[in-house]
Design a protein around this ligand. Structure first.
Ligand code: HEM
Length: 346
């Protein structure tokens, strides 16, 4: 049974496309926005992730060319398994406790007012994961992972890529010595976790903390159940890309090999054909949002991401409300990571 929570609907981010049949873009690629179309593209073997070519050992291009995320189909299973094996040693319950501990420490050091974006969103998840993944100095890993994450997706500028080369070398020196594929996919877990987890903590703080107006009640409900709806309605990862490797029919449209696809989770997560009253927060919906992807490329860190966010958000919900300052976001086409989000002690 679903229950409507007594707080306002979460409106789409203004540039979210409407949920509609596949649409051709001026660059010749297609944008998919309906739930069924996005899910089909995620699970269809002919829709491939854009592949990264390998580069010199220990550089950003080496990392991108060796992680599962940008691997061709024939290399993906072994590399994904290497990441999953590293993650299997990390207990989500411990991550949650560590995230809560780090959040309490940050709040105590902040003396009443804290910027979640600067003090917690990227720092806590990466710090907690890095120590459990065996990096020699988890504090030093945080800035290095942040620099790599900024240049990890396709299209980073040359200066960002140059900074990331040095940061990858730092991470290699901090990580346990392992064969290259194991090493890269261990570091890849941290990089994948960084911005997406920061975005989820930002979205949770924005939507689940009591607003600045003291007269309004705190948002009711258990963080774990509410977070599923936050992930659906304000996804930190708003979409992903694919390229067709053969002619494929999606949403009634025949797409030739080599067509670029933009899969919009933010639009598909509000598809009225799947989610009744799509803008309303309704915990315990029967169908999962697409924010963690789907199929054999779907996010293997989902439980860990949720544990980290819940650890942070439970502490914030207990102790803080949002400050009356606007929430600002970093400019990015597909990620929604806060640049400034202040909270004050209650
Ligand atoms: C809220 C947080 C997160 C979100 C929304 C998220 C979302 C996603 C999505 C959508 C994909 C698939 C991309 C695609 O198919 O094109 C993905 C892949 C991946 N994620 Fe996450 N992720 C999050 C956190 C994490 C964390 C905490 C970890 C590690 C601890 C992680 C590790 C990975 C890895 C390794 C992949 C690549 C999987 C593969 O190549 O098969 N993610 N994630």
């Amino acid at each position: 049974m679903t229950a409507t929570v007594s707080w306002p609907a979460i409106a789409p981010v203004p540039d979210t496309p409407p949920c509609a049949p596949p649409a051709r873009r001026p660059d010749g690629g297609w944008t998919l926005t309906r739930y069924a179309d996005v899910r089909a593209a995620l699970t269809e073997a002919s829709c491939r992730v854009p592949v990264a070519d390998p580069g010199a050992p220990g550089t950003l291009s080496w990392l991108r060319g060796t992680v599962s995320r940008f691997s061709p189909p024939e290399r993906h299973p072994a590399r994904r398994s290497a990441g999953i094996a590293a993650l299997a040693a990390v207990d989500p319950g411990e991550l949650r406790a560590e995230a809560a501990r780090l959040t309490v420490a940050a709040l105590e050091a902040a003396a009443g007012r804290l910027d979640v974006a600067g003090a917690l969103a990227r720092r806590v998840p990466v710090r907690a994961l890095a120590s459990r993944l065996g990096l020699a100095d988890a504090d030093a890993a945080v800035p290095a992972v942040t620099v790599v994450a900024a240049a990890y997706q396709p299209g980073a500028d040359a200066a960002a890529a140059h900074r990331a080369d040095r940061a990858v070398a730092d991470l290699v020196s901090l990580a346990p010595p392992d064969p290259p594929e194991v090493l890269a996919n261990r570091i890849g877990l941290l990089v994948q976790a960084c911005d997406a987890s920061a975005g989820l903590i930002g979205a949770g703080a924005r939507h689940l903390l009591p607003p600045p107006d003291r007269d309004r009640a705190a948002v009711p409900g258990d963080t774990t159940r509410l977070l599923a709806e936050v992930l659906r309605l304000d996804p930190p990862v708003r979409g992903t890309r694919r390229v067709t490797a053969a002619t494929v029919r999606l949403g009634g449209v025949e797409l030739p090999a080599g067509t670029g696809l933009l899969l919009r989770f933010d639009a598909a997560n509000r598809d009225p054909a799947v989610f009744a009253e799509p803008d309303m927060v309704r915990p315990d919906r029967a169908v999962p949002a697409l924010t963690f992807g789907a199929g054999h490329r779907g996010c293997p860190g989902q439980r860990h991401a949720l544990a980290l966010a819940i650890g942070v958000l439970d502490v914030l919900r207990e102790r803080c409300r949002r400050a009356p300052t606007p929430v600002r976001y970093e400019p990015h086409p597909l990620l929604r990571v806060p640049a400034r989000l202040e909270v004050v002690a209650r």
